[in-house]
Ligand binder design. Sequence first.
Ligand code: URA
Length: 272
Amino acid sequence: MRWTERQRTMLGAMGITVWGPPALAAPAEIAPAREPAAEAGLAPAASPRAAARSTTPPVRATAPAASLHAAPVDDRERRALEIAGLDWAALRDRVAACRACKLCEGRTQTVFGVGHPQAHWMIVGEAPGEHEDRQGEPFVGSAGQLLDRMLAALGLTRSEAAPGQQVYIVNTLKCRPPRNRNPEPDELALCSVFLQRQIALVQPRIILAMGRFAVQALLGSSDPIGRLRGQVHRYRDTPVIVTYHPAYLLRTPTDKARSWADLCLAAAQLAH
Ligand code: URA
């Protein structure tokens, strides 16, 4: 991959040092002396272009998450069917009015999602935090700022742009869990029908699943991120790349290079 000065600056802002001659450095040359994916027992990272040229990454089909909450099956199915038929405006209203689980009691507002309604890239996070709950937009806190820098390094943005550049950012849960605790299984099951409808409306070409709860909702897997990354999974027919949550990367910056390799895999899959 050829890095423009802007991309090198963006990668620097992510905390990733690009070694090698200007405009020629590849992700495999980023920062660590030892390839992190190899360290993790996974295939080495390749640049999007190199990966597109080489063999197709392994594709693993995984089923969507099973519904776990305790509501009667008929009610649950009826609700899911209703939501599956909503258009954007009706879906937004339905999310804003949702009182299906106890998270509605502590929220300031629901956090629906943001971006291009036909975005090629869909970014799926976990749940709103304090800032998101206050502003009504996903990923606006410090993790979101890192996410924006990661996206910018790929030439992507949440701001207005063409569908190839403007991503759609969404959370698995639309309400903030109290004190940012982990989502509970019934909350994930009840809320993931909204996510499913958003995916059906956007019809993204690639989904980036950030963190274990996005993975659980999309792939129905509780495997660790380290085991799932480096492969192309599927949500229905859409390729899914699993990567670390930006909040985790803020705590563990040594994994940023792995995360960059995941973004490159996603870009390669899209170019495929
Ligand atoms: N973490 C998430 O997963 N989503 C947000 O919107 C903010 C932080």
